[in-house]
Design a binder for this molecule. Structure first.
Ligand SMILES: Nc1ncnc2c1ncn2[C@@H]1O[C@H](COP(=O)(O)OP(=O)(O)OP(=O)(O)O)[C@@H](O)[C@H]1O
Ligand SMILES: [Zn+2]
Ligand SMILES: [Zn+2]
Length: 747
């Protein structure tokens, strides 16, 4: 059997080329070429890079017109048939280009292996020893180098490294080369993302009854012939990670591979350590903060079967394993599992699909299941198991809710309520640690004129600029536009222009003023942009170099500090005021996660939540640690309003520099969709078109519309059909229409 033709997806994400093109395989490549190889092909007048997705013996069309593949860009299979099937499913489900998906599946950046020149002895040891005797007395450094090489033949050293070992220069090594006593050898080197961390091997804990039950259930699912999903619902600190570790051990024993997804911000050295300490080099690490080289080398270790388990962020779901047994998604409720850029896939959903294709088992771990996931349990589609108790039966911390309106009424204007102030002072006196949590980075720090109400906004985006006290600058968090804080109001020239709201910097300032002895660490995007800064801060806090850790989302999860006995939530409301039907769910999850940071040591912890909306059920039920009731209330509300999980949404965003163009295209598309829905009596609702809540972003105006319905398949067809029809009625020019299936953010 000989394959003479290859179907290639070219690297050009536009509608017209979103299908495979057939090319002739030149004779000299026929032996080698496979699915998943990257090739260079002629395309019109250009040459493009592309990926082989099928090989054929024959073609139906006139093969004399076909062009030849120019060359292979890599002699390496970047994806196999199974990953290709998964990629096709994603392109289909999320209505995006296959090429865009494939580029997420394969390692990004250059596919180059790093090599180094290693020094080797050029003759056998006895021969070298004879040569040693002939060396002049003055060449004692050369002698030392040779002796070192004889003793340490198992070390792979570059000439610089070797010279360092015997305290000489590489000139000495070069002279040995000139004398033909050594030679150089090119050797692959591995760029190890965690080379600088020491791992003490750990042994498995003997499991608690609850943990054992969870592990057994994973095993039962693995033994079943079909793939399946288990929701592992465990309160914070209940030992979920230990269950993952022991399940993985069994997977490795069975000669299979495992994928562990954790939210990007939980990918700290502590997390990595827990896995590496148990399984050593069998663990690969994979996330976007690695260098291209590190990522590629880790990918290669998986591909070659040297690593059996990957611990990584969202994109690790595409790990190039060929014998997948288990997928674990920790903190499965985290919204960061949904990718913000195209392809806008939800890793949880992709995991289920990949498990289905391979027969693997998916474990979703969390203290606060995503409503969608718990709904699947209720529907009987997922199994579930609970860890109700913390390890050593440590109690969950009591949560006190403070009504900030009462504070104001009592004439108390500090950021910290009287209750929280007293609690902070108490911990400082006892030398115990405190976490203060703020909902969103600088979310409400904007500059407002008290005279005329003018708010300084970004000229490119429809958002207010954020104040950064340490730089006296105002910045846009979307496009990074910057300007100085004005002295007078640009609108009415009043001098009463001031910044408002409580960003992390302002809270830090207040801490310094009200608790002058406290040592504070402020952790937000501004203080952690430099590589490793995030980790250094956590280390300092762990080493008791600070009393208070102040921060945003990034301190909410995954950190295990035994000495924290107080968690203060400065304002719980910011998430509730967000225009999103998941606002209550996110608030509940966030409060539960933050509360889970305390009381993990021997001392009981306490949580103080400040809010202007104390009776809200998400706050009240988080206080009671009552997920079940929260779920019941929230699912009722979703049902009432016909929101997911009862329906699917497709969010369509139309973007262009000119506002008239955007509104015109949006209204046209809306018209076509409505016409279709009416004519074909489709059971789907169209919301909009309207200007998006974020009406301008990076210089582009934005309109949006949302399709809402139960039958996603029908909705996708309706959408594709309407987009095609739109192109026939109006010249889109450079209008961008972005499709988001099952959206998380709807701004
Ligand atoms: N069976 C066990 N016996 C003793 N200690 C255990 C056991 N299982 C876990 N631990 C320890 O208990 C602590 C909490 O466990 P772990 O971090 O796994 O909980 P978790 O549920 O993953 O927590 P979270 O989701 O809040 O981060 C850890 O320090 C862990 O080493
Ligand atoms: Zn901007
Ligand atoms: Zn003004």
């Amino acid at each position: 059997m000989e394959f003479r033709y290859a179907e290639v997806i070219v690297d050009l994400p536009i509608n017209e080329v979103d299908k495979p093109f057939t090319y002739l395989i030149p004779d000299q490549l026929r032996e080698e070429i496979e699915i998943g190889y990257q090739v260079k092909v002629p395309f019109g007048h250009r040459q493009l890079s592309g990926y082989v997705i099928e090989l054929k013996e024959e073609v139906e069309s006139d093969s004399t017109k076909l062009k030849e593949i120019i060359k292979l860009k890599s002699s390496l299979q970047l994806f196999d048939r199974e990953l290709l099937r998964l990629a096709k499913w994603i392109a289909d489900y999320y209505q995006t280009y296959l090429i865009t998906v494939l580029k997420s599946v394969i390692p990004s950046g250059d596919i180059t292996q790093k090599t180094e020149r290693i020094v080797r002895l050029n003759y056998s040891v006895p021969e070298i020893k004879q040569e040693l005797a002939k060396l002049s007395k003055r060449a004692y450094k050369q002698r030392e180098v040779l002796e070192y090489l004889i003793e340490n033949q198992d070390q792979d050293l570059t000439s610089t490294a070797l010279a360092e070992k015997v305290n000489t220069t590489s000139g000495t090594v070069r002279r040995l080369y000139e004398k033909d006593l050594i030679r150089y050898e090119e050797m692959e080197v591995r760029r190890d993302p965690v080379a600088d961390i020491d791992f003490e091997p750990t042994t498995p804990f003997s499991l608690t009854t609850e943990q054992q039950k969870a592990l057994n259930q994973i095993e039962n699912l693995r033994e079943a012939p079909e793939s399946g999903t288990l929701l592992l619902k465990g309160v914070t600190g209940s030992g979920k990670t230990e269950v993952y570790l022991q399940a993985i051990a069994q997977v490795i024993d069975d000669g299979q591979d495992a994928i562990v997804l954790v939210p990007e911000i939980s990918l700290t050295p502590q997390t990595v350590k827990r896995f590496k300490s148990r399984f050593g080099d069998q663990i690969a690490i994979y996330h976007s903060h690695l260098s291209n080289g590190e990522r590629y080398d880790e990918w290669l270790r998986m591909k070659r079967g040297e690593a059996k388990v990957v611990v990584g962020a969202r994109s690790a779901i595409f790990a190039p394993f060929s014998n997948l047994g288990l997928i674990i998604i920790d903190e499965e409720h985290e919204t960061s599992y949904k990718q913000g850029d195209h392809p806008k896939y939800q890793a949880r959903k992709v995991a289920n699909k990949r498990a289905e294709l391979t027969g693997a088992v998916t474990v979703l771990g969390t203290a606060t299941p995503a409503l969608e996931s718990y709904y699947q349990v209720q529907q009987g589609n997922y199994q579930s198991v609970s860890l109700e108790n913390r390890i050593d039966n440590r109690p969950l911390p009591p949560v006190e809710v403070i009504d900030m309106r009462e504070e104001l009424e009592a004439g108390h204007r500090s950021i910290f309520s009287r209750r929280l102030t007293a609690a902070i002072e108490d911990r400082l006196a006892k030398n115990e640690q405190i976490i203060l949590f703020l909902n969103r980075r600088g979310f409400s720090t904007f500059v407002l004129c008290r005279e005329c109400g003018f708010v300084l906004e970004c000229p490119n985006c429809d958002v207010s600029l954020t104040y950064h006290a340490d730089k006296t600058l105002l910045r846009c968090h979307y496009c990074d536009y910057q300007r100085k804080v004005p002295d007078i109001c640009p609108e009415c020239e009043s001098r009463y222009i001031k910044y408002f709201g409580a960003g992390t910097q302002k809270v830090e300032q207040a801490i310094i003023e009200e608790f002058p002895t406290a040592r504070v660490l402020r952790m937000d995007v501004d203080t952690t942009t430099r590589k490793g800064a995030h980790q250094r801060m956590l280390d300092r806090f762990r080493n008791n170099e600070a009393d208070i850790l102040l921060g945003t989302q990034m301190i909410a999860k995954g950190h295990d500090f035994p000495n924290i006995t107080l968690v203060g939530v400065i304002t719980a409301d910011t998430a509730l005021n967000f225009p999103d039907f998941r606002a209550a769910e996110h608030t509940f999850q966030l409060l539960t996660q933050v509360a889970g940071r305390t009381g993990r040591g021997d001392i009981v912890g306490e949580v103080v939540v400040q809010t202007y909306d104390p009776d809200h059920y998400s706050i009240q039920l988080a206080k009671e640690h009552d997920y079940e009731t929260f779920y019941q209330q929230e699912i009722e509300a979703r049902k009432e309003l016909d929101y997911p999980p009862f329906t699917h949404l497709i969010n369509l965003i139309i973007k262009h520099e000119k506002e008239v163009k955007v509104s015109k295209v949006a209204n046209q598309l809306g018209g076509i969709l409505n016409q279709q829905i009416r004519d074909r009596e489709l059971n789907v609702e169209l919301l909009g078109p309207i200007p998006a809540p974020l009406a301008k972003l990076r210089g582009k105006y934005r309109w949006q519309m949302i399709l809402k319905g139960r039958d996603l398949d029908m909705m996708r067809k309706l959408n594709s059909y309407s987009l095609e029809a739109l192109k026939k009625t109006v010249n889109l020019e450079s209008t961008v229409i972005s499709v988001d299936v099952d959206p998380i953010k709807m701004l």
